[in-house]
Write a new protein. Structure first.
Length: 242
């Protein structure tokens, strides 16, 4: 069985008692690498703890744009993130980014720029979330892209023209459960056109909904074990005659 890499997952969001089963089922399905992203100071320590106890887990920590104006986030969150990065040389920066469907885009942009600068100074890869703010995101990336060892746009959904801008910046994309939806035309077009060396796959589990995947065994949650289904659909889209 070919080993698989789930490029974007939130293992810390599974109930702690369930995680051993989640990991066992994932490995039985051939998933052996997991890009596990934190979203706020509330879950960063758990992300790091999981990475230290579970083989193949590659951790990143960052302030998700949904939390950029959250009053529950401590004011010194950036200093805390900087300290974590100093303490853990293998730690990436993510999940960070911009979401124009949220009302606080200016606060998001400030948090995003600060985290990009931190990643560039520390030579850390970034994992990006972007919804309807690709112009702003590309503008923020341009000054620092060459200082970032990796740029991953997760759950990518954009036009071919926008993708080409990310490609020029050195980014990769990961495609997730949306590719299973026949109506997700932009995602499915990306599956066809993104070069193989820029293409990764993800489940974004446990919260991302999945079309046509069996999740009942894990209480209705998406999980890394579904990754082979996503990969198979991308392969089918890239090679429709095979």
């Amino acid at each position: 069985m070919k080993p698989y890499h789930d490029a974007h997952v939130h293992l810390q969001s599974f109930p702690e008692a369930m995680l051993p089963e989640v990991m066992a089922r994932a490995r039985a399905a051939g998933v052996v690498r997991f890009g596990c992203c934190g979203t706020s100071p509330a879950d960063w320590d758990r992300v790091i703890a999981i990475a230290s106890s579970e083989p193949g887990v590659e951790p990143s920590c960052g302030l998700h744009p949904w939390h950029s104006a959250d009053p529950a986030v401590p004011e010194d969150w950036l200093e805390r993130l900087e300290a974590l990065l100093a303490a853990h040389p293998g730690l990436g920066v993510g999940e960070i980014g911009l979401d124009a469907l949220r009302p606080d885009l200016q606060a998001q942009m400030r948090a995003f720029a600060a985290q990009l600068a931190l990643a560039a100074r520390g030579n850390r890869g970034v994992v990006l979330h972007c919804v309807r703010a690709h112009g702003e995101m590309a503008a923020a990336l341009r000054p620092v892209a060459k200082s970032l060892p990796s740029i991953l746009l997760h759950a990518a959904s954009c036009s071919p023209e926008i993708w080409r801008e990310y490609e020029r910046l050195g980014a990769c994309v990961s495609l997730g459960p949306a590719v299973l939806n026949p109506r997700a035309t932009r995602v499915r077009e990306l599956a066809r056109i993104v070069p193989e060396d820029r293409l990764l796959f993800e489940t974004d589990s446990p919260d991302m909904a999945v079309n046509g995947c069996a999740v009942s065994a894990l209480g209705g949650r998406n999980a890394p074990e579904n990754l082979p289904r996503i990969i198979a659909e991308v392969r089918r889209l890239r090679n429709p005659e095979s």
